[in-house]
Design a protein around this ligand. Structure first.
Ligand code: ADP
Ligand code: MG
Length: 627
């Protein structure tokens, strides 16, 4: 038997083109050939279980080997094999209409994956690293003859009688001069680890040394020796392929350690298992969120039937869940299309919302079953939940019952619990409940204490995501507004009807105002004299909530550059009911009066962390002289 022929495409030599386009990720040849071998093994198993094959199955296996001297890499399997006719059908008739179209379409291809899948070129990826590819195969079918196919990367191929005596297929790559780096144990091992680590059929690659019991010594004690054993590179049944009921927590944790050695233990996980209307399996872990946000992203691995595809899952997993770790496996995600197409794909959309729902369900369950431990984990969990509530309306609705607000006393409330708590003392004269929060409890301590003295509660919203979360809450919660605790003096934070009487007359208040204006003499300090409680500070410097938010947004690059370029303006509130203010007013000597006013103002600036430079030096000198 000998036959020569031409692969059915119209343009000569498409392989140089393939090589050129695919050069950047040429290592995927091993993924393609190994997964073909795995498919062949799975197929013979299926045929056997269907009774269509009655011969011996043997140990299912795939083997990858290389020969440095002969410059070959061989991928062999004991799968179903191919007849010469099948080679012609499956290998020669490349599944695309013409090389012209191919060349035209992929002039600008960025990504080898894109073209391999689109045109069913898996097998042909072999030509990325080989200048000759040989198939030796024997079909499982009764009376099948071994066949050999060889092709040098031109469109010419040759089919002759093969030499295989056992069922299955070997693909022999005669590695080209540019690809000799692949004739290396560590290189190949690395690629197998990346793409083939969880393939469902054992993959043998070389041998490894193992210390094992090899018998007994003269005294009958067990004897141990180093022996060379087969090196199986993959775990054929990773946990995501199993049912959750078969698995213990330890199994999940072990798998996490396998995926991310040296990482801290995850908080908890969810097992995805859907088979209708799309197929999706996987395990997603909630890590402890550190502040190295970016480092923690992109840790989810995407598989398709246990073949590793990518760890770029940006468009498949909702953005707010990109901090999760783990694995998703779905044959229904189109792997070889552009990003914009992926986002529009209906399965991808469904998968996306399924994951989001599962995460919400898990959180709801944790909250319900053990609120205390949920609260303890809130600083980590909160990051996901808040991010999700900000970015997805649907998730907000799901999360509103298990999202927590924590205050400066380390107490946690659900949104509705908090509303109830805050509405008692913190509702203003218009019926709006004002939630107070701090972004920095150390810096804003005096304001927190003043608010607490009035019986107000102060929320701790100090994570990077909280400035956005504040906006979301305000938008979502009815008749509720949010104010940072240092946005005003405590008495004015929440506008009530009750009015505190001033001990100073109108006229006296005006003189106090001008004394301070002169002493401070800064255009961005807006001096007001107000009747506050006598226990409140004599002078308080604040920045208005609105102003501060605009500034914050400008700093984050939120398009508020107008506010960003404005000088910081502050309100200086002078407490007309404070003893010190009366004292300043009663001081006859104008110099001493200014000195006292300056001192009181500087103290207020100091407590806000705003006193710097020459002002600070002057304050220190003045303080020394006053002492
Ligand atoms: P795909 O795997 O997407 O079908 P490939 O180009 O990788 O495309 O393979 C083409 C076909 O060649 C396979 O569908 C299969 O019929 C056949 N084939 C490839 N490798 C093997 C193998 N090791 N054993 C049996 N058949 C194979
Ligand atoms: Mg394939």
């Amino acid at each position: 038997m000998q036959e020569k022929g031409s692969i059915s495409i119209h343009t000569e030599n498409i392989f140089p083109i393939i090589k050129k386009f695919l050069y950047s990720d040429n290592e995927i040849f091993l993924r393609e050939l190994t997964s073909n071998a795995v498919d062949a093994v799975q197929k013979i198993k299926r045929l056997s279980s269907l009774g269509q094959y009655n011969g011996q199955l043997g140990e299912p296996r795939v083997e990858v080997a290389f020969d440095k001297d002969a410059k070959t890499i061989t991928i062999s399997d004991n799968g179903l094999g191919m007849t010469a006719e099948e080679i012609k059908k499956y290998i020669n008739q490349i599944a695309f209409s013409g090389a012209e179209e191919f060349v035209e379409k992929f002039k600008d291809a960025k990504d080898a994956n894109e073209l391999i899948g689109k045109f069913g070129l898996g097998f042909y990826s072999a030509f990325m690293v080989a200048d000759q590819v040989e198939i030796q195969t024997l079909s499982y079918q009764d009376g099948a003859q071994p066949a050999r196919w060889i092709c040098d990367g031109s469109t010419e191929f040759e089919i002759t009688e093969g030499n295989r005596t056992e069922r299955g297929t070997s693909i022999i790559l005669h590695v080209n001069a540019d690809s000799e780096e692949f004739l290396d144990k560590y290189k190949l091992q690395g690629i197998l680890d990346k793409y083939c680590r969880f393939l469902p059929v054992p993959i043998k690659f070389g041998t490894k040394s193992e210390y094992v019991e090899t018998g007994e010594d003269e005294e009958g004690k067990p004897k141990h020796e180093n022996v060379e054993v087969e090196n199986i590179v993959n775990n054929t049944a990773p946990i995501w392929t199993k049912s959750p009921s078969e698995l213990t927590d330890e199994d999940y944790l072990n798998f996490y350690r396998e995926l991310y050695p040296m990482s801290e233990e995850p908080l908890f996980w969810i097992h995805l298992n859907v088979d209708y209307p799309f197929t999706l399996t996987g395990v997603l872990y909630f890590p402890k969120v550190k502040n190295e946000f970016e480092l923690q992203r992109n840790k989810i691995k995407l598989f398709s039937r246990q073949v590793f595809i990518t760890d770029e899952v940006k468009d498949i997993v909702p953005d707010f869940l990109m901090l999760l770790h783990g694995v998703i496996d779905s044959p229904d995600i189109p792997l070889n299309v552009s990003r914009s197409f992926l986002q529009a794909d209906s399965n991808v959309k469904k998968i996306n919302s399924h994951i989001s729902k599962k995460v919400a369900d898990k959180l709801a369950e944790l909250f319900k079953n053990d609120r205390k431990s949920y609260e303890e984990k809130w600083s980590d969990i909160g990051m996901f939940v808040k991010y999700g509530m900000i970015s997805e309306e649907k998730f907000y609705d799901r999360a509103k019952d298990f999202a927590l607000l924590g205050n400066t006393n380390n107490e946690y409330f659900t949104l509705s619990e908090y509303k109830e708590k805050a509405s008692v003392l913190q509702t203003d004269k218009d019926g709006t409940t004002v939630y107070l929060y701090t972004t920095d409890p150390a810096k804003q301590d005096s304001f927190i204490q003043s608010a607490n003295r009035k019986g107000y509660d102060v929320l701790l919203l100090n994570s990077p995501i909280d400035s956005h979360f504040v906006h979301t809450l305000e938008r979502k919660l009815e008749k509720t507004s949010m104010k940072r605790v240092d946005a005003d003096v405590a008495d004015k934070l929440i506008a009530k009807d009750e009015k505190i009487e001033s001990v100073l007359s109108e006229e006296q208040q005006n003189s106090v105002k001008s004394i301070f204006e002169q002493a401070i003499s800064k255009p961005n300090m807006n001096v007001k004299v107000e009747a506050l409680g006598p226990d409140e500070l004599p002078v308080t410097v604040t920045m208005d909530e609105f102003m501060r938010r605009m500034k914050d947004m400008a700093a984050l690059g939120g398009g508020m550059s107008f506010y960003g370029s404005m000088p910081d303006t502050y309100n200086v509130s002078i407490n007309s009911n404070h003893k010190l203010v009366s004292r300043i007013l009663d001081t006859d000597d104008a110099t001493s009066q200014t000195k006292l006013a300056k001192q009181a103002f500087d103290l207020a600036m100091l407590s806000q962390g705003l006193l710097t430079g020459a002002d600070l030096t002057e304050f220190v000198d003045r303080s020394v002289s006053l002492i």
